[in-house]
Design a protein around this ligand. Structure first.
Ligand code: EAX
Length: 340
């Protein structure tokens, strides 16, 4: 009896070991599967999240099903700042923050938000996809991030609950929510408002409770966040172009097989074109949509926008110095060369 038991035990053990060995050789999908979390700060209907879902779909396709990216929208994984910390720590794999919040990690990113710099989305694409944009991305790895692409948030406009903004003086005294970024804080304080920095996922409540009177974002964010329910006036200041950046955790990225990095880079290229196209299509529609939803929308004359820019000269000078005069010089040289 004893011998029989021993033989069965031995056979079972051997079978288990063979099974384990076979498994470790890997059924391709199981052994090489790469799971990743991608967090966005904006809702499903915003191009930031629409683009993120496209990126996840393309990554899956280009890796033959090995790379599985789960997208968490509307700041489910935290604010832009919190998600950046999670990626640097290696507990989150991707995010698409505004470059304005990346500037808190790499000061040179702050140059993108300098007021009244870009004349068009086309010009922004040329600068950000060209050598200058790549020089910014090259600064991320030392901070624990890997930049894959620049996406679009868009030209930022001003909304508030008090009055139409026709000229800079109309902003005086308004409590304005800004992104957590010193340039934006100085920008609105420089125009006579009172800047109140906070993450975008706290903004609707702050507007609803009148903790703040105003905020500034592209039409697509105003629509996706339903700010039309708590903001009467939208004034088309176009005071800054906001870029997003598709970034990965360096800890995650360094652990990937080369073929997986290639698949993700290819997915990022295609998803970028898709996100920008989606952003421009939606942005083109949103002004009319927001009027239908009850907002009073007004243009701000070029003369008054120039006056705002002149008034902001000290702020622009301060932040050109803050990002580094060399970086600012390269940025404006790239803009001058770019097609409008
Ligand atoms: O991540 O915080 C903002 O206003 C940004 O436009 C947005 O969240 C992009």
């Amino acid at each position: 009896m004893k011998t029989l038991t021993k033989r069965i035990t031995l056979n079972t053990l051997t079978a288990a070991m063979v099974g384990a060995a076979l498994f470790s050789l890997g059924t391709p999908a199981m052994a090489q599967e790469v799971k990743a979390k991608l967090g966005t700060s904006l809702p499903e209907s915003h191009p930031q999240t629409i683009g993120a879902r496209k990126f996840a779909e393309l990554a899956d396709k280009k890796s033959n099903g090995r790379i599985k990216i789960t997208v968490y929208s509307s700041a489910q994984l935290g604010s832009d700042q919190q998600m950046q910390a999670a990626m640097r720590g290696g507990t989150q794999e991707f995010s698409v923050p505004s470059t304005a919040t990346l500037a808190n990690l790499v000061k040179e990113f702050g140059v993108i938000g300098l007021p009244f710099s870009f004349a068009s989305e086309k010009q922004a694409d040329a600068v950000l996809d060209g050598p200058f944009g790549q020089s910014l991305m090259a600064r991320l790895p030392e901070k624990g991030l890997v930049g894959l692409a620049f996406w679009e948030n868009g030209f930022r406009n001003f909304t508030n609950s008090k009055r139409p903004i026709q000229k800079a003086e109309d902003m005086s005294g308004l409590k304005v929510r800004t992104m957590q970024n010193n340039l934006y804080i100085d920008l609105f304080n420089g125009l006579g408002s009172n800047a109140v920095p906070m993450p975008v996922n706290e903004l609707f409540t702050a507007l609803e409770t009148r903790a703040v009177d105003a905020q500034e974002n592209p039409f697509t964010v105003v629509h996706a966040q339903k700010f039309y329910d708590v903001q009467k006036y939208l004034s088309v200041t176009g005071h800054a172009y906001d870029a997003l950046a598709l970034v990965a955790s360096k800890k995650f990225w360094d652990g990937l097989k080369p073929e997986d990095r290639t698949a993700l880079q290819a997915a990022a290229v295609e998803a970028t074109a898709f996100e920008r196209q989606t952003s421009r299509e939606l942005n083109g529609k949103m002004r009319g949509e927001l009027v239908k939803l009850g907002m009073q929308v007004n243009d701000v004359s070029d003369a008054e926008r120039q006056r705002m820019r002149d008034k902001l000269a000290p702020v622009i000078a301060k932040h050109q110095a803050a990002v580094g005069d060399e970086t600012a010089k390269e940025f404006f040289a790239a803009i001058a060369k770019a097609p409008k």
